[in-house]
Design a protein around this ligand. Structure first.
Ligand SMILES: C[S@@+](CC[C@H](N)C(=O)[O-])C[C@H]1O[C@@H](n2cnc3c(N)ncnc32)[C@H](O)[C@@H]1O
Length: 199
């Protein structure tokens, strides 16, 4: 197979910097541009495995902050003291899930990705379902003023989802990190400044 310089660069850097996945550099870019993670705050990280975002977020919020990671798969990582892990499928969550994760988050992140089929519209639809589930959770646990960051695969329903966010957030941006493959259909929606009256 032809070597992929993109893969090699970010994968090597992640190994050197002891992150379990190169996806950490996407959150690093998002943070640099939008400052969604605040010191001493609480962050909910949906689809957190293998744990790069969780580590980066826990370093950024600091020891008085908290990061709660959620994934349907087990997390194989030594958790920092300011992080905890909840194993659950966000599409099949029980009401008790909301109590388990807690509330009053300053940022809700979703890097969740569906298992892909190769069919672009099916994959985009599944990605949107995950984004909608993430938003439904965020609606209940995100503090006013907080930020919602969500990975989506570009598809025909993306605009409606993004326009919907404009009703409840002060600013909504679309962002394609440099560390995301150009060929990938993924982009991140960064919604900032949750309005007080949307809970
Ligand atoms: C691209 S990975 C996330 C990488 C992570 N941000 C990191 O930096 O290590 C996507 C994750 O979403 C999780 N996921 C997909 N569907 C999910 C669901 N319905 N509920 C919970 N987690 C889900 C997958 O298990 C996978 O671990």
């Amino acid at each position: 197979m032809k070597p992929d310089p993109w893969h090699d660069y970010y994968a090597k850097r992640a190994r050197e910097e002891r992150y379990p996945a190169r996806s950490v550099y996407k959150l690093e870019e998002i943070q640099k541009k939008f400052k969604v993670l605040k010191h001493n705050s609480r962050v909910l990280d949906l689809g957190c495995c293998p744990g790069s975002w969780l580590l980066f977020a826990s370093e950024t919020v600091g020891e008085k902050g908290l990061v709660v990671g959620v994934d349907m798969n087990p997390l194989i990582l030594r958790l920092p003291p300011n992080a905890r892990f909840v194993r659950d499928d966000v599409l099949a969550r029980e009401e008790s899930f909301m109590e388990v994760i807690g509330t009053s988050f300053q940022a809700v992140l979703s890097d969740m990705a569906p298992s892909t089929t190769g069919n672009k519209s099916v994959d985009a639809q599944r990605s949107l379902e995950l984004s909608e589930a993430a938003l439904a959770i965020s609606d209940r646990v995100l503090r006013p003023g907080g930020s919602f960051v969500c990975k989506v695969l570009q598809g025909p329903d993306l605009k409606a989802f993004s326009d919907g966010l404009k009703q409840s957030f002060r600013r909504v941006a679309h962002f394609k990190p440099k560390s995301s493959r150009k060929a990938s259909k993924e982009i991140y929606i960064v919604a900032m400044g949750k309005q007080r009256d949307t809970i």
